[in-house]
Design a binder for this molecule. Sequence first.
Ligand SMILES: Cc1cc2nc3c(=O)[nH]c(=O)nc-3n(C[C@H](O)[C@H](O)[C@H](O)COP(=O)(O)O)c2cc1C
Length: 298
Amino acid sequence: MIMSAVVTNYLREHLPYSTGVLIVVITVVVLRSILMKFVGIPTLKKDFLSHTEDVDPTVSNGEDAGDSIHNDHGGDDDAPRVAFNPQCYPKSQMIERARRFYENMNARRSVRSLSSEPVPLDVIQNIIRTAGTSPSGAHTEPWTFVVVSNKGIKAQIRQIVEAEEEINYRKRMGNKWVEDLKKLKVNWEKPYLDVAPYLIIVLRQAYGLGENGERKTHYYNEISVSIAVGLLLAAVQNAGLVTVTTTPMNAGPALRTLLGRPVNEKVVVLLPVGYPAKDATVPDLKRKELDKIMVLLD
Ligand SMILES: Cc1cc2nc3c(=O)[nH]c(=O)nc-3n(C[C@H](O)[C@H](O)[C@H](O)COP(=O)(O)O)c2cc1C
């Protein structure tokens, strides 16, 4: 800036005004790019700023947003605050923990052949508690986890899912999709649905319902529930149990009715949870290497 003042003074005396202005502008631009290159000052191109978010956080697929009458805001300025107790580790311990956690998660596989061996309910409760620690849009916690151990209900769930899945495979999915699934040995038969000791049905609350029936907006409810399912899968793996993420197409409304859940709740995934069957096998899949999934801008 001092330099540009000196340049300006010089030019005022020696050059016409308009030429002076032009030279000053060029000097400033050149100096700025030199600074950015060598000092590393990041700048936002004007173009980026004009790319505003095109997602409406109050709407999920437009089908089921609430009327926004009353909203809970987790970040409310008036909400009481408490001290945060961070769990920090010495660097070597941190590195070791991150590596071990990755190895544990990398051992997770979708298992479609489960044992009927009982699992303590306490373990399932802690798995659900873990899922319930998920972050959610404005802390709306838009999820319901229905846990089914009742044999009769499990059998009905299997009937509903298999009936819909047979139509899906025969008519709705198309040849390409059915072909892609063949290598995973997946078809419409789901014996694990009445063999597994527990079925967990995760429902997304598209909007909340207040005490007087008023609707509450559940911001980003799809993303929030997806994150919760991720935590749930990690908790299942951590407990030494297995599951398979299933998304029974078109079976949602019938399942919701069977489970006695209200209309604001939509079935997202159905997870059989238990021990793997003794003879369980899994497809020989490879995961993408780090350099294919991570982009580092250092
Ligand atoms: C959103 C989602 C939907 C899925 N739906 C089904 C399903 O309906 N039936 C099934 O057998 N597996 C389903 N899967 C499991 C995938 O086939 C499995 O995750 C994938 O083949 C990778 O295998 P892995 O889980 O063992 O790593 C689904 C997985 C995801 C994430």
